[in-house]
Design a protein around this ligand. Structure first.
Ligand SMILES: [Zn+2]
Length: 312
């Protein structure tokens, strides 16, 4: 069973942020680049999930796991726990050709125009394995064997090895072959005394930290940098006008009944998890208090004590 699913809240926050910051903001380019990189990573992880889901019937799966080990944060893309062992599956997105050199312990990627060196993914995964082992020990949890795999998410990436091919092939593969490798390994340790993997998974989940680094904080963005207004769903123009019960884009003339919903979500992501009538009028650019109440009561909950609206 998958007991922890990866979510894309952070990516949604980035999208909201980028659509409400002036493009000449000194951090805009950096944010745009970080968003593109994270988005690519997420797409790769989802591609790997597609294959690992096959194992969900017999194993406990935790996606995008964050644990604190000796005060340091440890992030694992996928942790699968069977009755006999645990499997760390790290996802790597590289386009072009990747090369593992087992003599020099080097890892490089050639995208066709240039060669770049990266941290060795196997060493990285081994380090995670040691940290997870230390964590299990610290918490007095069953010390099951841990194996790591590197899933290459892009099926067209060419994997090359200089040196000991077998050594690399044991650990690294395109995503589609990872479940087979895990099953193979799991059969080899099937004689071990079985543990209750659901129970261990639940304990790990309980210790898992929900780390929401708001992109805002990361780049030092302040509430005053966030542009108010309603986006046009067609041309993305920020500044739709409320006319005769509907939103009108002054640029492309498209009309929308519900364009304010996206704006309110942006508000919740970027400014506060709740909104007052006054704040809403200011943010959406509406003057009538009654119209604002009508828009809000359609799909938000009103907290009478605090006089604020929030999501269900
Ligand atoms: Zn428009």
């Amino acid at each position: 069973m998958i007991i922890k699913k990866r979510n894309k809240t952070e990516l949604d926050q980035y999208e909201a942020l980028l659509s409400r910051i002036r493009p000449d903001h000194p951090k805009f380019r950096e944010m745009e680049g970080d968003f593109a990189r994270r988005n690519k990573g997420y797409i790769g992880e989802r591609q790997v999930d597609y294959y690992l889901d096959e194992l969900a019937a017999e194993m406990t799966i935790l996606q995008d796991l964050n644990l604190s080990v000796d005060g340091k944060n440890m992030q694992i893309d996928n942790l699968l726990i069977s009755p006999h062992a645990a499997y760390i599956v790290e996802v790597k997105n590289y386009s072009g050709t990747i090369l593992f050199d087992t003599f020099l312990q080097q890892f490089t990627r050639d995208d066709g125009s240039q060669e770049t060196g990266f941290r060795h993914p196997i060493q990285q995964a081994e380090l995670q394995k040691q940290r997870l082992q230390a964590w299990l020990q610290e918490k007095n949890l069953p010390l099951i064997p841990i194996y790591c795999f590197i899933a290459i998410s892009n099926p067209s990436t060419i994997i090359k090895v200089e040196g000991e091919k077998e050594h690399i092939a044991k650990v690294v593969a395109h995503a589609a072959y990872i479940p087979g490798k895990i099953m193979h390994q799991d059969n080899a340790v099937a004689k071990n005394t079985p543990i209750q993997h659901q129970k261990l998974g639940a304990k790990i989940l309980g210790a898992c930290k929900q780390t929401y680094h708001l992109p805002m904080t990361r780049y030092g963005i302040q509430a005053k940098d966030i542009l108010p207004g309603v986006h046009c769903p067609a041309c993305k123009y920020l500044g739709m006008q409320r006319i005769y019960g509907t939103w009108l884009c002054p640029k492309c003339k498209v009309k929308s009944k519900a364009a304010h919903k996206r704006a309110l979500l942006d508000y919740f992501y970027l400014i506060k998890p709740s909104i007052s009538n006054r704040e809403c009028r200011k943010f959406l650019g509406i003057s009538s208090k009654n119209i604002t109440t009508k828009l809000l009561q359609n799909y938000l909950i009103y907290d009478k004590k605090k006089r604020r609206w929030r999501k269900h």
